[in-house]
Design a protein around this ligand. Structure first.
Ligand code: NDP
Length: 335
């Protein structure tokens, strides 16, 4: 279906990646943008060639020209905006985490289902060709039975992103809601399994303000009994990112694959033999996400990551925060 997008949030992610992705998919157009500041909204619309700058959420959602919205405001605002979009009958692509409470996440999934609108979540990593290749190899038994997995989402948060993410707890700041949610979605996709229990420790190393974690280490266990370790940070300038799955007959190692670009490598190890795994194509993961979303809005299939996936990653990240705060292992809530 041809999607005419309304942007809820004049965000940098919309500017840097999503507007291009919306326009790249056949028939896609960006019709209007909503900002809390009329001036910023007007400038954003002008800078990106968007015809309309809406004055309110009601105005944007009441625009008959808009048939889908992209919610990329700060994390605390996603829930009320998605609920309003569902009530207005618009399909919704929401940024991760979909909410900052499990209760809100549950309400959002239910509301979209009841309204008959598609809820997609912008977990782009499952649309990266590196991760897709790893998943196919795991699923086809290339590494035997999965024994464990390891995830290192270590970045140096760029200076321009050291805003609400590192200063405003009430906006849903911190490395867990920013990075660990992506890990969870990627691991669920890779292992075709659910995260059951988590245990985590957080620290603040100077990128985030006092009381907000900018580094987290922890462990998860899947329903299928696979142990996973994860290590996520805003503070690591030199480490790179990595995703490893260890099986009874081999290990897959993905490196530098957690960014927005379609980059990274995958290697397969068996004993002393290490071979590089060819990646058949390297598409823009956001375009693939939008393409799948548009198809789903037209009744063809499901979004790459849907509301249930967004619920799972959000609920797991919230369990990670609870574990770190309470110093105990926490069971993850499921839909
Ligand atoms: P931004 O900080 O760029 O935008 C978030 C909000 O901040 C905007 O909606 C805007 O409010 C406000 N804002 C933007 N610029 C200014 C400014 N100069 N002064 C004051 N307020 C401003 O956030 P991101 O684009 O980094 O993230 C938005 C969402 O996207 C988050 O949920 C994040 O987790 C997610 N994200 C997802 C990624 C992915 O790969 N899936 C990658 C990056 C982010 P207003 O709209 O009212 O103008």
């Amino acid at each position: 279906v041809r999607l005419r997008w309304g942007l809820i949030g004049a965000s940098s992610w919309a500017a840097e990646w999503m507007i291009d992705a919306f326009r790249a998919v056949e028939g896609g157009a960006v019709t209007a943008v909503l900002s809390a500041s009329a001036e910023r909204g007007a400038r954003f619309a002008q800078d990106h060639g968007i015809p309309g700058a809406a004055a309110s959420l009601d105005e944007l959602l009441g625009d008959p020209d808009v048939n889908a919205v992209y919610v990329s405001t700060t994390n605390d605002l996603h829930a009320e905006q998605v609920l309003a979009a569902a009530a207005a009958g618009k399909h919704v692509l929401c940024e991760k985490p979909i909410a900052t409470t499990v209760q809100d996440a549950r309400r959002m999934v239910a509301a979209c289902r009841e309204a008959g609108v598609v809820l997609g979540v912008n977990h782009h990593l499952r649309s990266q060709d590196t991760v897709r290749t790893m998943r196919s190899l795991v699923a086809s038994g290339e590494i035997g039975d999965v024994l464990s997995a390891r995830c290192a989402h270590l970045v140096s948060l760029p200076p321009q992103r050291r805003t609400w993410r590192t200063t405003r707890p009430e906006a849903g700041a911190g490395a867990v809601l920013d990075l660990t949610v992506h890990d969870v979605d990627t691991l669920r996709f890779l292992l075709a399994d659910e995260i059951d229990t988590v245990s985590a420790l957080t620290v603040t190393q100077g990128v985030a303000a006092s009381g907000i974690e900018d580094t987290v280490v922890g462990a998860m266990r899947t329903r299928g009994g696979v142990p996973v370790t994860f290590h996520d940070a805003f503070t690591h300038a030199h480490s790179g990112t990595a995703l490893e799955v260890h099986g009874t007959t081999g290990t897959l190692v993905g490196q530098d694959l957690f960014g927005p670009e379609p980059s990274g490598t995958v290697t397969l190890r068996r004993g002393a033999v290490v071979r590089s795994v060819p990646i058949p194509e390297r598409r823009n993961a956001y375009e693939r996400t939008v393409e799948r979303f548009a198809a789903a809005a037209g009744g063809d299939g499901r979004p790459a990551a849907d509301g249930a996936d967004g619920f799972a990653s959000t609920a797991t990240a919230i369990a990670v925060l609870a574990s770190a705060a309470e110093g105990r292992a926490v069971a993850v809530e499921h839909l």
